[in-house]
Design a protein around this ligand. Structure first.
Ligand SMILES: Nc1nc2c(c(=O)[nH]1)N[C@H]1C(S)=C(S)[C@@H](COP(=O)(O)OP(=O)(O)OC[C@H]3O[C@@H](n4cnc5c(=O)[nH]c(N)nc54)[C@H](O)[C@@H]3O)O[C@H]1N2
Ligand SMILES: Nc1nc2c(c(=O)[nH]1)N[C@H]1C(S)=C(S)[C@@H](COP(=O)(O)OP(=O)(O)OC[C@H]3O[C@@H](n4cnc5c(=O)[nH]c(N)nc54)[C@H](O)[C@@H]3O)O[C@H]1N2
Ligand code: SF4
Ligand SMILES: [Mo]
Length: 750
């Protein structure tokens, strides 16, 4: 049977023509068929800010875009990546057909039928020879929630593959675990309006100006003259705009926050009512922070005693204090406790649930939040637990699948999957929308590990990524703009993105690739109802019912489109009641120009958390030394992170835009302080070698006072960066500690 015939047999909804026709298949909110020259709004597919972009169509195909002025997130603004989102789709290295590596190591184009047969026969053969768990997958925070839900369900319920994790392990795992333990559910509580409503923001390990530029624009709209306290070892673009910059010693954050708690307690700058009514464990926490005296903390962090008091006093005096953190916290060997130390500060001062307050993790990828709830990796669909019998029963009832198909144990986390490959337990790996041969920690080891696989499949938009080049099979994927679905942004807002362009060649939406695999694997009967992304969205709604992330009040894609995205929870009959009013009263529907009550919603306004007793927990632990401190041989601490607003991660996308290439350095550079440069006789733009115990790279020196003596910084966008990093992890979240290891720097001959 040909693939066309195979695809035809599913109730006419799924033909090859439909999959591959220009502008053809699966447009939930059909911009092109009915209004071929209209403009349609679509949520950006880069960062977690979730800006809305107006895509302008001609004959149903995108010809340009401008930021949406009506959307409550970006209010008419976009960063360079958003403006260039359509242009990164046009590239010579787009994967346009499936590719199989032949015996000579060369890629040969094949059709989808051969690709699918190869995928299934190789994976099944590995499972037969080495057991069902010898196959694993690595997913992403950058595909639609519907695609994540289908992938996780296909892998676990359909293919019997237990181990799968996402690149969100590299990114958000710490915040997830911190929230779950402290609040009882993974629930970032804020709304972006809080950037405008706060009168004191504490930004920790977050370079918002570069990584979330449109959120910084929201800060700039704040009319309360907010105190902006930035905690970052570097004088980042964000720190330059701070009213107080605490240039702490790397990884001394935990001591710093315990020290601030100590001062707040010492001066009785506490909200006793809030602590008594809504929390557990405060007395133990107070005892724990007793030894963190200003003197001791000043010595550890390098922050003066006066500055410590000043920050504590500011937190006490301001009415609406908000605590924000990103990768400077999450990517640490003690990240979970550090995030919780910030949560503790918010709880003890009663800075929760009110406008402009909160303990707020800013997420990274466009759909990190979707992956947290629906990827079916470490959580069972809808924020449930695989280990809970009741949760498994619920999911089995909602999906109508046999309970025995739902694993009773958690998947291995990303580092355990890597270890599993190293130990020969995993032989087949399927990588979807992530580029581990660049982004995973300690590449010397990571590449050796990936080399050991019997079968590596990479599903990506481009055939040229560092990981795709190593693959045995490449599955060509459509990208943002070439397919539709929903993303969930940092403030829990579900936004819609749309198909406005045809994917090149035979590239397919990930959703359709998963459907094809289900078919060839022989488990498509489990997914009959998952007909399209929008049908899957209706399944997600059912999976959310009664959960803290309940979205049963959202009608459909059109509803999301009409009101400018909707934040969870949005419960049918509660939040959703006005929205079930049908057409003649349609003016009752909230719109983006009517921002309350629907377009800005924060959590925990009633002080009730998700633990059984409704209280939040104070959690804490003694700080530990840095796993690889500087030494005589490796005297510098290497920091890594985002370089410019124009570069996205491993640059598979952003490097394709001529505009974005002009806005960022093309090859790897290392930021070093003027003092250190002088003592090493390094001049600006000199070639230098940077080595750790794991590898060496050559880079141009960028001499800048923004880094402290004894520290250097390399942006993660360059393949070389992770040749130096040290594979250590937070014990609770198992997130990699990308941000600190020991290196040496020497001037190298030209
Ligand atoms: N332009 C652009 N924007 C992006 C991305 C991108 O690739 N490019 N990626 C997106 C993603 S997925 C993410 S996760 C976010 C990341 O957003 P951010 O976390 O804001 O970005 P990073 O630069 O990785 O790290 C933030 C800061 O942590 C600091 N830091 C390092 N060590 C420590 C420490 O010990 N303590 C403290 N307090 N700070 C420390 C670094 O100096 C750095 O300035 O950005 C998102 N936005
Ligand atoms: N040293 C160091 N390393 C880091 C970090 C750091 O701060 N320092 N940060 C870490 C963090 S926070 C993150 S999030 C990771 C990011 O690491 P990665 O996830 O590896 O980075 P990306 O470049 O975003 O990779 C996404 C891949 O998906 C492809 N893609 C894009 N859209 C689609 C789609 O719709 N479908 C499919 N199938 N493919 C698609 C892209 O072409 C690209 O190859 O890096 C981590 N690595
Ligand atoms: S800030 Fe983020 S969501 Fe907004 S346009 Fe830029 S990349 Fe897209
Ligand atoms: Mo990230």
């Amino acid at each position: 049977m040909t693939i066309a015939e195979l695809l035809h047999q599913r109730d006419g909804a799924y033909t090859r023509e439909m999959l591959l026709a220009p502008g053809g298949f699966g447009l939930g909110v059909v911009p092109d068929r009915e209004r071929p020259d209209a403009t349609t709004a679509s949520t950006c597919g880069f960062c977690s800010t979730g800006c809305s972009l107006n895509v302008h169509l001609k004959d149903g195909v995108a010809v340009g875009l401008t930021p949406n002025t009506e959307y409550p997130v970006n209010l008419g603004m976009a960063c360079p990546k958003g403006w260039e989102a359509l242009n990164v789709l046009k590239a010579a290295d787009r994967a346009t057909t499936p590719l199989i590596k032949n015996a000579q190591g060369k890629f040969e184009p094949v059709d989808w039928d051969i690709a699918m047969r190869t995928f299934c026969s190789r994976m099944k053969q590995i499972q037969r020879e080495h057991g069902p768990n010898s196959v694993a997958w690595l997913g992403t925070g950058q595909i639609a929630t519907e695609e994540m839900a289908l992938l996780g369900s296909l892998a676990k319920f359909g293919m019997g593959v237990l181990h799968g994790d996402g690149n969100t392990r590299q990114c958000m795992a710490t915040a997830v675990v911190a929230y779950k333990q402290s609040f009882g559910f993974d629930a970032p509580p804020y709304t972006y309006q809080d950037f405008e409503e706060t009168d004191c923001m504490v930004l920790v390990g977050a370079n918002v100006c570069i990584a979330h530029p449109i959120l910084w624009e929201r800060v700039m709209r704040n009319k309360r003259s907010p105190e902006i306290i930035v905690v970052d070892p570097r004088r980042t673009e964000t720190a330059m705009n701070a009213t107080q910059h605490l240039a702490i010693q790397p990884k001394s954050d935990l001591a710093l926050f315990y020290g601030l708690a100590h001062i707040l307690i010492q001066n009785d700058w506490l909200d006793h009512d809030y602590i008594a009514a809504h929390t557990n464990g405060f007395d133990e926490f107070a005892a724990h922070v007793k030894p963190f005296t200003p003197e001791a903390v000043s010595a550890t962090t390098g922050i003066s005693i006066e500055s410590l008091y000043k920050v504590a006093r500011t937190i006490h005096e301001r009415e609406r204090v908000s605590f924000w953190w990103t990768m400077g916290v999450n990517q640490s060997y003690e990240g979970t406790r550090t995030a919780q130390a910030l949560i503790n500060l918010a709880l003890m001062t009663g800075n929760m649930g009110r406008p402009g307050t909160g303990a707020n993790s800013i997420t990274g990828q466009c759909n990190a939040m979707g992956s947290r709830l629906y990827s079916n990796t470490t959580n069972l669909l809808g924020g449930r637990e695989f280990t809970s019998e009741a949760d498994r029963r619920e999911v089995s009832n909602i999906l109508g699948i046999d309970k025995k198909k739902i694993p009773t144990q958690n998947s291995w986390a990303y580092p355990e999957i890597m270890k599993g490959i190293l130990e020969g337990k995993i032989k087949g790996l399927w990588v979807i929308a992530t580029n581990p041969s660049h982004s995973w920690i300690n590449q010397t080891q990571a590449r050796d590990i990936l080399d050991r696989l019997d079968f590596l499949v990479v599903q990506d938009m481009y055939s040229s990524t560092e990981t795709a080049r190593e693959a045995d099979l490449i599955l060509p994927a459509a990208g943002w703009g070439e397919k539709e679905g929903t993303f969930i942004n940092s403030e829990r807002r579900i936004g819609l993105h749309k198909k406005v362009a045809k994917a090149p060649g035979e590239a397919l939406a990930d959703f359709h690739i998963f459907k094809l695999i289900a078919h060839y694997w022989g488990c498509e009967d489990l997914f009959i109802e998952w007909r399209s992304p929008e049908a899957t969205f209706q399944i997600m709604k059912r999976l959310s019912a009664g959960q803290p992330c309940d979205i049963t009040g959202i009608r459909d894609y059109q509803h999301l489109d009409e009101v400018g995205g909707i934040q969870w929870p949005f419960v049918e009959g509660v939040d959703g009641r006005a929205l079930r009013v049908e057409s003649e009263e349609a003016e009752d529907l909230p719109s983006a120009s009517d921002p309350q009550p629907f377009s800005q919603r924060r959590l925990f306004e009633d002080g009730r958390y998700h633990h059984a007793d409704g209280r939040a927990k104070f959690l804490f632990e003694a700080p530990r030394p840095m796993p690889e401190p500087p030494s005589a041989e490796y005297p510098f601490i290497l920091l890594t992170g985002r370089g410019t607003a124009a570069q996205w991660h491993t640059q598979t996308r952003t490097a394709k835009s001529a505009v974005l290439r002009k806005l960022s350095p093309q090859s790897v550079y290392v930021e070093i302080s003027p003092d250190d440069a002088r003592s090493l006789a390094i001049r600006p733009q000199d070639w230098v070698s940077v080595s750790s115990q794991r590898g060496t790279l050559r880079a141009r020196a960028f001499v800048t006072p923004t880094v402290q003596p004894g520290q250097v910084f390399i942006a993660m966008h360059y393949e070389e960066a992770n040749q130096l990093t040290d594979a250590v992890f937070d014990p609770y979240s198992r997130q990699p500690s990308y941000k600190a290891c020991a290196v040496k720097v020497t001037r190298s001959a030209s």
